[in-house]
Design a protein around this ligand. Structure first.
Ligand code: SF4
Length: 465
Protein backbone atom coordinates (compact mmCIF):
# COMPACT_ATOMS: atom_id res chain seq x y z
CA UNK A 1 0.00 0.00 0.00
CA UNK A 2 1.21 3.49 -0.81
CA UNK A 3 1.70 5.84 2.04
CA UNK A 4 -0.86 8.58 2.07
CA UNK A 5 -0.23 11.14 4.70
CA UNK A 6 -2.93 13.63 5.52
CA UNK A 7 -1.80 16.64 7.50
CA UNK A 8 -4.16 18.28 9.94
CA UNK A 9 -6.56 20.91 8.63
CA UNK A 10 -4.68 23.60 10.57
CA UNK A 11 -1.88 23.45 8.02
CA UNK A 12 -4.14 23.05 5.00
CA UNK A 13 -3.69 25.79 2.43
CA UNK A 14 -6.54 25.47 -0.10
CA UNK A 15 -9.62 27.54 0.50
CA UNK A 16 -12.79 25.67 1.47
CA UNK A 17 -14.99 24.64 -1.42
CA UNK A 18 -18.71 25.06 -1.06
CA UNK A 19 -21.12 22.23 -1.70
CA UNK A 20 -23.27 24.46 -3.91
CA UNK A 21 -20.73 24.24 -6.74
CA UNK A 22 -21.00 21.29 -9.13
CA UNK A 23 -18.08 18.96 -9.88
CA UNK A 24 -17.11 20.48 -13.22
CA UNK A 25 -16.83 23.91 -11.62
CA UNK A 26 -14.64 22.51 -8.87
CA UNK A 27 -12.00 21.48 -11.35
CA UNK A 28 -9.41 24.04 -12.31
CA UNK A 29 -8.64 24.03 -15.99
CA UNK A 30 -5.20 25.54 -16.49
CA UNK A 31 -2.00 23.70 -15.77
CA UNK A 32 1.43 25.26 -15.38
CA UNK A 33 4.13 22.60 -15.33
CA UNK A 34 7.84 23.19 -14.92
CA UNK A 35 10.41 20.43 -15.34
CA UNK A 36 13.82 20.45 -13.73
CA UNK A 37 16.76 18.30 -14.81
CA UNK A 38 16.89 15.12 -16.76
CA UNK A 39 15.32 13.44 -19.78
CA UNK A 40 13.45 11.04 -17.53
CA UNK A 41 11.75 13.98 -15.87
CA UNK A 42 10.85 15.52 -19.22
CA UNK A 43 9.19 12.26 -20.14
CA UNK A 44 7.36 12.08 -16.81
CA UNK A 45 6.16 15.65 -17.34
CA UNK A 46 4.73 14.74 -20.74
CA UNK A 47 2.78 11.97 -19.03
CA UNK A 48 1.45 14.36 -16.44
CA UNK A 49 0.36 16.82 -19.13
CA UNK A 50 -1.47 14.00 -20.92
CA UNK A 51 -3.05 12.72 -17.71
CA UNK A 52 -4.26 16.18 -16.72
CA UNK A 53 -5.45 16.94 -20.27
CA UNK A 54 -7.80 13.99 -19.86
CA UNK A 55 -9.17 15.81 -16.81
CA UNK A 56 -9.74 18.97 -18.84
CA UNK A 57 -6.57 20.91 -18.03
CA UNK A 58 -4.95 22.96 -20.77
CA UNK A 59 -1.31 23.97 -20.48
CA UNK A 60 -0.38 27.56 -19.76
CA UNK A 61 3.07 29.10 -19.60
CA UNK A 62 1.90 31.66 -17.03
CA UNK A 63 1.94 30.39 -13.44
CA UNK A 64 -0.13 33.46 -12.46
CA UNK A 65 -3.09 32.22 -14.44
CA UNK A 66 -2.79 28.52 -13.56
CA UNK A 67 -5.20 26.59 -11.38
CA UNK A 68 -2.79 23.72 -10.94
CA UNK A 69 0.97 24.23 -10.69
CA UNK A 70 3.24 21.20 -10.91
CA UNK A 71 6.98 21.45 -10.28
CA UNK A 72 8.70 18.26 -11.40
CA UNK A 73 11.93 18.19 -9.42
CA UNK A 74 15.31 16.58 -10.14
CA UNK A 75 18.08 15.80 -7.68
CA UNK A 76 20.70 14.49 -10.08
CA UNK A 77 22.42 17.88 -10.35
CA UNK A 78 22.67 20.44 -7.61
CA UNK A 79 21.61 23.28 -9.90
CA UNK A 80 18.26 21.67 -10.67
CA UNK A 81 17.58 21.25 -6.96
CA UNK A 82 18.38 24.91 -6.26
CA UNK A 83 16.15 26.02 -9.12
CA UNK A 84 13.26 24.02 -7.65
CA UNK A 85 13.63 25.70 -4.27
CA UNK A 86 13.67 29.16 -5.77
CA UNK A 87 10.70 28.36 -8.04
CA UNK A 88 8.69 27.00 -5.11
CA UNK A 89 9.47 30.27 -3.29
CA UNK A 90 8.11 32.26 -6.23
CA UNK A 91 4.80 30.42 -5.93
CA UNK A 92 4.16 31.88 -2.48
CA UNK A 93 2.62 35.06 -3.83
CA UNK A 94 0.30 33.11 -6.13
CA UNK A 95 -0.96 31.00 -3.25
CA UNK A 96 -1.40 34.12 -1.14
CA UNK A 97 -3.55 35.79 -3.81
CA UNK A 98 -5.42 32.66 -4.93
CA UNK A 99 -5.29 30.02 -2.19
CA UNK A 100 -7.46 27.69 -4.27
CA UNK A 101 -4.54 27.11 -6.67
CA UNK A 102 -3.09 23.63 -6.12
CA UNK A 103 0.71 23.45 -5.94
CA UNK A 104 2.08 19.94 -6.45
CA UNK A 105 5.78 19.07 -6.23
CA UNK A 106 6.80 15.79 -7.85
CA UNK A 107 10.01 14.12 -8.98
CA UNK A 108 13.15 13.01 -7.20
CA UNK A 109 13.62 15.82 -4.66
CA UNK A 110 10.01 15.33 -3.59
CA UNK A 111 10.66 11.60 -3.25
CA UNK A 112 13.78 12.19 -1.17
CA UNK A 113 12.33 14.75 1.16
CA UNK A 114 8.73 13.58 1.43
CA UNK A 115 7.07 14.89 4.57
CA UNK A 116 9.99 17.26 5.31
CA UNK A 117 9.28 19.08 2.07
CA UNK A 118 5.62 19.46 2.96
CA UNK A 119 6.70 21.09 6.21
CA UNK A 120 9.42 23.26 4.71
CA UNK A 121 7.30 24.50 1.80
CA UNK A 122 3.99 25.42 3.42
CA UNK A 123 2.57 26.65 0.12
CA UNK A 124 2.83 23.11 -1.35
CA UNK A 125 -0.37 21.05 -1.30
CA UNK A 126 0.99 17.80 -2.72
CA UNK A 127 4.42 16.17 -2.52
CA UNK A 128 4.59 13.01 -4.61
CA UNK A 129 7.33 10.67 -5.83
CA UNK A 130 7.78 9.33 -9.38
CA UNK A 131 6.04 6.03 -8.49
CA UNK A 132 2.79 7.95 -7.94
CA UNK A 133 2.77 10.01 -11.11
CA UNK A 134 -0.29 8.22 -12.49
CA UNK A 135 -2.26 9.18 -9.37
CA UNK A 136 -1.82 12.91 -9.92
CA UNK A 137 -5.45 13.50 -11.02
CA UNK A 138 -6.74 11.67 -7.91
CA UNK A 139 -4.38 13.55 -5.60
CA UNK A 140 -5.45 16.92 -7.03
CA UNK A 141 -9.10 16.00 -6.66
CA UNK A 142 -8.55 14.90 -3.10
CA UNK A 143 -6.84 18.16 -2.16
CA UNK A 144 -9.62 20.17 -3.75
CA UNK A 145 -12.47 18.33 -2.16
CA UNK A 146 -11.07 17.47 1.28
CA UNK A 147 -8.94 20.53 2.08
CA UNK A 148 -5.94 18.47 2.93
CA UNK A 149 -2.26 18.40 2.03
CA UNK A 150 -0.83 15.12 0.82
CA UNK A 151 2.46 13.33 0.73
CA UNK A 152 2.77 10.18 -1.36
CA UNK A 153 6.31 8.87 -1.58
CA UNK A 154 6.35 5.19 -0.70
CA UNK A 155 7.95 2.97 -3.35
CA UNK A 156 5.68 0.41 -4.94
CA UNK A 157 7.06 -3.08 -5.25
CA UNK A 158 8.11 -4.69 -8.52
CA UNK A 159 4.87 -6.60 -8.99
CA UNK A 160 2.39 -3.92 -8.01
CA UNK A 161 3.99 -0.98 -9.86
CA UNK A 162 1.95 0.16 -12.87
CA UNK A 163 3.42 2.32 -15.61
CA UNK A 164 1.29 5.33 -16.40
CA UNK A 165 0.04 4.80 -19.94
CA UNK A 166 -0.31 7.90 -22.09
CA UNK A 167 -3.98 8.55 -22.90
CA UNK A 168 -4.83 7.91 -26.55
CA UNK A 169 -5.71 11.53 -27.26
CA UNK A 170 -2.36 12.95 -26.14
CA UNK A 171 -0.80 14.69 -29.16
CA UNK A 172 1.73 12.26 -30.63
CA UNK A 173 5.11 13.79 -31.43
CA UNK A 174 7.12 12.79 -34.52
CA UNK A 175 9.75 11.45 -32.15
CA UNK A 176 8.39 9.93 -28.94
CA UNK A 177 9.93 8.55 -25.78
CA UNK A 178 8.44 5.29 -24.57
CA UNK A 179 9.23 4.28 -21.03
CA UNK A 180 10.19 0.59 -20.80
CA UNK A 181 11.47 0.44 -17.25
CA UNK A 182 11.85 2.56 -14.16
CA UNK A 183 14.34 2.72 -11.31
CA UNK A 184 17.84 1.34 -11.01
CA UNK A 185 19.55 -1.51 -9.14
CA UNK A 186 23.11 -0.29 -9.65
CA UNK A 187 23.73 2.10 -6.73
CA UNK A 188 26.66 4.00 -8.24
CA UNK A 189 28.31 5.84 -5.37
CA UNK A 190 27.69 9.34 -6.79
CA UNK A 191 24.05 8.82 -7.79
CA UNK A 192 20.83 9.37 -5.95
CA UNK A 193 18.54 7.73 -8.52
CA UNK A 194 18.11 4.30 -6.84
CA UNK A 195 17.02 6.14 -3.69
CA UNK A 196 14.59 8.44 -5.49
CA UNK A 197 13.21 6.22 -8.23
CA UNK A 198 13.46 2.89 -6.49
CA UNK A 199 14.53 -0.49 -7.84
CA UNK A 200 14.35 -1.58 -11.47
CA UNK A 201 10.90 -2.50 -12.71
CA UNK A 202 10.38 -3.51 -16.34
CA UNK A 203 7.12 -2.90 -18.11
CA UNK A 204 5.19 -5.75 -19.77
CA UNK A 205 6.22 -6.00 -23.43
CA UNK A 206 2.60 -6.07 -24.62
CA UNK A 207 1.93 -2.74 -22.92
CA UNK A 208 5.01 -1.19 -24.55
CA UNK A 209 3.98 -2.48 -27.97
CA UNK A 210 0.41 -1.20 -27.51
CA UNK A 211 1.80 2.25 -26.79
CA UNK A 212 4.12 2.12 -29.80
CA UNK A 213 1.25 0.99 -32.09
CA UNK A 214 -0.89 3.80 -30.75
CA UNK A 215 1.86 6.38 -31.33
CA UNK A 216 2.55 5.06 -34.85
CA UNK A 217 -1.17 5.26 -35.70
CA UNK A 218 -1.07 8.92 -34.71
CA UNK A 219 1.96 9.72 -36.85
CA UNK A 220 4.99 9.05 -34.64
CA UNK A 221 7.91 7.96 -36.80
CA UNK A 222 10.70 7.61 -34.27
CA UNK A 223 10.57 5.83 -30.92
CA UNK A 224 13.18 6.21 -28.19
CA UNK A 225 12.97 3.48 -25.56
CA UNK A 226 13.69 5.03 -22.22
CA UNK A 227 15.04 3.58 -18.98
CA UNK A 228 17.64 4.43 -16.36
CA UNK A 229 19.56 1.28 -17.37
CA UNK A 230 17.46 0.54 -20.41
CA UNK A 231 19.34 -2.55 -21.60
CA UNK A 232 18.71 -4.23 -18.23
CA UNK A 233 15.07 -4.38 -19.36
CA UNK A 234 13.45 -7.74 -18.69
CA UNK A 235 16.29 -9.22 -16.69
CA UNK A 236 14.06 -10.21 -13.76
CA UNK A 237 12.14 -12.43 -16.20
CA UNK A 238 8.77 -11.57 -14.75
CA UNK A 239 6.02 -13.07 -16.96
CA UNK A 240 5.13 -10.68 -19.78
CA UNK A 241 8.66 -9.35 -20.18
CA UNK A 242 11.13 -10.39 -22.89
CA UNK A 243 14.92 -9.94 -23.15
CA UNK A 244 15.84 -6.43 -24.26
CA UNK A 245 17.10 -7.44 -27.70
CA UNK A 246 13.79 -9.18 -28.43
CA UNK A 247 11.96 -6.03 -27.46
CA UNK A 248 14.05 -4.10 -30.00
CA UNK A 249 13.02 -6.48 -32.80
CA UNK A 250 9.35 -6.31 -31.81
CA UNK A 251 9.23 -2.51 -31.63
CA UNK A 252 11.05 -2.17 -34.95
CA UNK A 253 8.36 -4.34 -36.59
CA UNK A 254 5.55 -1.94 -35.70
CA UNK A 255 4.25 -0.49 -39.00
CA UNK A 256 5.02 3.21 -39.31
CA UNK A 257 8.02 3.22 -36.98
CA UNK A 258 10.96 4.16 -39.15
CA UNK A 259 13.54 4.94 -36.50
CA UNK A 260 14.31 3.28 -33.20
CA UNK A 261 16.72 4.42 -30.47
CA UNK A 262 17.23 3.63 -26.79
CA UNK A 263 18.76 5.48 -23.87
CA UNK A 264 20.68 5.02 -21.62
CA UNK A 265 22.27 1.58 -21.64
CA UNK A 266 24.66 0.42 -18.94
CA UNK A 267 27.99 -0.95 -20.21
CA UNK A 268 27.82 -4.02 -17.95
CA UNK A 269 24.34 -5.02 -19.20
CA UNK A 270 25.29 -5.51 -22.85
CA UNK A 271 24.78 -8.91 -24.46
CA UNK A 272 26.06 -9.98 -27.85
CA UNK A 273 22.45 -10.14 -29.07
CA UNK A 274 21.92 -6.49 -28.15
CA UNK A 275 24.99 -5.47 -30.12
CA UNK A 276 24.01 -7.67 -33.08
CA UNK A 277 20.67 -5.89 -33.17
CA UNK A 278 22.52 -2.84 -34.58
CA UNK A 279 23.55 -4.93 -37.54
CA UNK A 280 20.25 -6.75 -37.99
CA UNK A 281 17.58 -4.09 -37.42
CA UNK A 282 17.54 -1.42 -40.14
CA UNK A 283 15.31 0.83 -38.03
CA UNK A 284 17.80 0.86 -35.13
CA UNK A 285 19.73 4.12 -35.57
CA UNK A 286 23.54 4.01 -35.73
CA UNK A 287 24.04 5.88 -32.48
CA UNK A 288 24.53 4.77 -28.91
CA UNK A 289 24.84 6.87 -25.79
CA UNK A 290 27.12 4.75 -23.64
CA UNK A 291 27.92 6.41 -20.28
CA UNK A 292 31.55 5.79 -19.29
CA UNK A 293 31.75 8.25 -16.35
CA UNK A 294 35.55 7.80 -16.10
CA UNK A 295 38.43 6.33 -18.05
CA UNK A 296 40.21 5.11 -14.92
CA UNK A 297 39.50 1.64 -13.54
CA UNK A 298 40.32 2.73 -9.98
CA UNK A 299 37.89 5.67 -10.19
CA UNK A 300 35.26 3.42 -11.78
CA UNK A 301 35.68 1.07 -8.83
CA UNK A 302 35.22 3.93 -6.35
CA UNK A 303 32.17 4.97 -8.35
CA UNK A 304 30.86 1.37 -8.04
CA UNK A 305 30.13 1.31 -11.76
CA UNK A 306 30.58 -2.44 -12.08
CA UNK A 307 33.09 -2.42 -14.98
CA UNK A 308 36.71 -1.52 -15.63
CA UNK A 309 38.14 0.70 -18.36
CA UNK A 310 39.16 -2.46 -20.22
CA UNK A 311 35.64 -3.93 -20.01
CA UNK A 312 34.14 -0.68 -21.25
CA UNK A 313 36.57 -0.66 -24.18
CA UNK A 314 35.68 -4.30 -24.87
CA UNK A 315 32.02 -3.29 -25.37
CA UNK A 316 33.16 -0.50 -27.71
CA UNK A 317 35.43 -2.89 -29.65
CA UNK A 318 32.68 -5.51 -30.05
CA UNK A 319 30.27 -2.85 -31.23
CA UNK A 320 32.78 -1.52 -33.75
CA UNK A 321 33.50 -5.02 -35.02
CA UNK A 322 29.85 -5.97 -35.47
CA UNK A 323 28.33 -2.59 -36.32
CA UNK A 324 31.13 -0.15 -37.24
CA UNK A 325 28.64 2.49 -38.37
CA UNK A 326 27.48 3.17 -34.79
CA UNK A 327 28.58 6.56 -33.40
CA UNK A 328 29.09 6.89 -29.68
CA UNK A 329 28.33 9.62 -27.17
CA UNK A 330 28.97 9.38 -23.45
CA UNK A 331 28.68 10.87 -19.94
CA UNK A 332 31.81 11.76 -17.98
CA UNK A 333 32.45 13.02 -14.46
CA UNK A 334 35.74 14.67 -13.52
CA UNK A 335 37.03 15.51 -10.05
CA UNK A 336 35.40 12.51 -8.37
CA UNK A 337 36.66 12.24 -4.74
CA UNK A 338 40.18 10.85 -4.73
CA UNK A 339 40.69 11.29 -8.49
CA UNK A 340 44.39 11.95 -9.09
CA UNK A 341 45.85 13.85 -12.04
CA UNK A 342 47.00 10.50 -13.45
CA UNK A 343 43.46 9.09 -13.21
CA UNK A 344 42.06 12.20 -14.85
CA UNK A 345 44.56 11.72 -17.69
CA UNK A 346 43.16 8.21 -18.16
CA UNK A 347 39.77 9.81 -18.89
CA UNK A 348 41.51 12.10 -21.37
CA UNK A 349 43.06 9.12 -23.13
CA UNK A 350 39.63 7.45 -23.26
CA UNK A 351 38.47 10.39 -25.41
CA UNK A 352 41.34 9.76 -27.82
CA UNK A 353 40.82 6.03 -27.91
CA UNK A 354 37.06 5.99 -28.43
CA UNK A 355 36.61 9.33 -30.23
CA UNK A 356 33.08 9.95 -29.01
CA UNK A 357 31.10 12.24 -31.30
CA UNK A 358 29.93 14.08 -28.19
CA UNK A 359 30.05 13.92 -24.40
CA UNK A 360 27.97 15.27 -21.54
CA UNK A 361 30.62 16.11 -19.00
CA UNK A 362 30.30 17.36 -15.45
CA UNK A 363 32.47 18.33 -12.54
CA UNK A 364 31.62 16.04 -9.63
CA UNK A 365 29.11 17.60 -7.25
CA UNK A 366 28.27 16.25 -3.82
CA UNK A 367 24.78 14.76 -3.47
CA UNK A 368 23.30 14.27 -0.03
CA UNK A 369 22.52 10.63 0.67
CA UNK A 370 25.19 9.14 -1.62
CA UNK A 371 28.18 6.97 -0.60
CA UNK A 372 30.67 9.14 -2.49
CA UNK A 373 30.26 11.82 0.17
CA UNK A 374 32.35 9.69 2.50
CA UNK A 375 35.25 9.22 0.07
CA UNK A 376 38.40 11.21 0.90
CA UNK A 377 40.13 13.32 -0.16
CA UNK A 378 37.79 15.46 -2.18
CA UNK A 379 39.20 17.30 -5.19
CA UNK A 380 39.11 21.09 -4.69
CA UNK A 381 36.30 22.71 -6.65
CA UNK A 382 38.69 24.90 -8.70
CA UNK A 383 40.63 21.79 -9.72
CA UNK A 384 37.40 20.00 -10.71
CA UNK A 385 36.50 22.98 -12.90
CA UNK A 386 39.97 23.08 -14.45
CA UNK A 387 39.75 19.40 -15.36
CA UNK A 388 36.27 19.91 -16.77
CA UNK A 389 37.46 22.78 -18.91
CA UNK A 390 40.42 20.76 -20.23
CA UNK A 391 38.19 17.79 -21.02
CA UNK A 392 35.46 19.84 -22.69
CA UNK A 393 37.95 21.72 -24.84
CA UNK A 394 39.45 18.49 -26.15
CA UNK A 395 36.05 16.86 -26.69
CA UNK A 396 34.87 19.93 -28.62
CA UNK A 397 37.88 19.60 -30.90
CA UNK A 398 37.16 15.91 -31.49
CA UNK A 399 33.47 16.62 -32.15
CA UNK A 400 34.41 19.31 -34.64
CA UNK A 401 36.89 17.00 -36.40
CA UNK A 402 34.21 14.27 -36.64
CA UNK A 403 31.65 16.73 -37.99
CA UNK A 404 34.10 18.13 -40.54
CA UNK A 405 34.68 14.60 -41.81
CA UNK A 406 30.96 14.32 -42.54
CA UNK A 407 31.15 17.09 -45.18
CA UNK A 408 30.38 15.58 -48.57
CA UNK A 409 28.51 12.57 -47.11
CA UNK A 410 24.95 11.66 -48.07
CA UNK A 411 22.75 11.31 -45.03
CA UNK A 412 19.08 10.80 -44.24
CA UNK A 413 17.60 13.48 -42.01
CA UNK A 414 14.26 13.30 -40.23
CA UNK A 415 12.88 16.85 -40.15
CA UNK A 416 11.56 17.97 -36.77
CA UNK A 417 10.51 21.54 -37.60
CA UNK A 418 11.75 25.02 -38.45
CA UNK A 419 15.28 25.95 -37.42
CA UNK A 420 15.27 28.01 -34.23
CA UNK A 421 18.18 30.15 -35.39
CA UNK A 422 17.38 30.69 -39.09
CA UNK A 423 13.76 30.98 -40.26
CA UNK A 424 14.70 30.05 -43.83
CA UNK A 425 15.86 26.59 -42.73
CA UNK A 426 14.38 23.38 -41.36
CA UNK A 427 16.07 21.30 -38.70
CA UNK A 428 16.18 17.61 -38.03
CA UNK A 429 18.44 14.78 -36.96
CA UNK A 430 20.53 12.30 -38.82
CA UNK A 431 20.82 8.66 -37.81
CA UNK A 432 23.69 9.50 -35.44
CA UNK A 433 21.32 11.85 -33.61
CA UNK A 434 23.26 14.87 -34.80
CA UNK A 435 21.36 18.06 -35.51
CA UNK A 436 21.26 18.89 -39.24
CA UNK A 437 19.94 22.14 -40.73
CA UNK A 438 18.60 22.18 -44.28
CA UNK A 439 17.74 25.17 -46.50
CA UNK A 440 13.98 25.41 -47.16
CA UNK A 441 10.83 24.39 -45.36
CA UNK A 442 9.87 20.76 -44.89
CA UNK A 443 7.14 19.32 -42.72
CA UNK A 444 7.95 17.52 -39.44
CA UNK A 445 8.40 13.83 -40.07
CA UNK A 446 9.74 14.28 -43.63
CA UNK A 447 12.69 12.04 -44.38
CA UNK A 448 15.15 13.91 -46.58
CA UNK A 449 18.20 12.70 -48.46
CA UNK A 450 20.78 15.41 -47.95
CA UNK A 451 24.37 16.09 -48.83
CA UNK A 452 26.34 17.56 -45.93
CA UNK A 453 27.90 20.82 -47.08
CA UNK A 454 29.23 22.29 -43.84
CA UNK A 455 30.19 21.13 -40.36
CA UNK A 456 29.77 23.45 -37.38
CA UNK A 457 30.82 22.92 -33.78
CA UNK A 458 27.67 21.02 -32.77
CA UNK A 459 25.61 20.64 -35.92
CA UNK A 460 25.74 20.14 -39.68
CA UNK A 461 24.37 21.97 -42.70
CA UNK A 462 22.84 19.80 -45.40
CA UNK A 463 21.52 20.41 -48.89
CA UNK A 464 18.45 18.42 -50.00
CA UNK A 465 19.19 16.07 -52.91
S1 SF4 B 1 23.39 3.20 -13.33
FE1 SF4 B 1 24.39 4.40 -11.71
S2 SF4 B 1 24.35 6.48 -12.52
FE2 SF4 B 1 22.85 5.35 -13.72
S3 SF4 B 1 20.91 5.67 -12.64
FE3 SF4 B 1 21.77 3.78 -11.83
S4 SF4 B 1 22.90 4.40 -10.00
FE4 SF4 B 1 22.54 6.25 -11.21
Amino acid sequence: MAKLRVLPASVAVPAPLTSSVDDSQLLPRRLYLETFGCQMNTHDSQRMVALMAAEGYALTDQPDEADLIVLNSCSVREKAEQKLRSKAGEMKHIKRQRPEVVLAIGGCVAQQEGERMLKRIPQADIVFGPDHLSRLPDLVREVQTKQIRLEETEFLDRRSYRFPVAPAHAPAPISAYVSVMKGCDKFCSFCIVPYTRGREVSRPAAEILDEVHCLADQGTKEVILLGQTVNAYGKHRIPGQVPFHELLYKVAEVPGIERLRFTSPHPSEFSLEQIEAFREIPELCPHMHLPAQSGSSSVLQAMRRGYTREEYLEVVATLRRIAPQVALTTDLIVGFPGETEQEFQETMTLLEEVRFIGAYSFAYSERVGTRALKIEPSVPVEERMRRLHVLQRRQDEITEEVLQKAVGERQVVMIEGRSKTDASRSSGRNGENRSVHVEGHYGPGTFLDVKIVEGYRHSLLGCAL
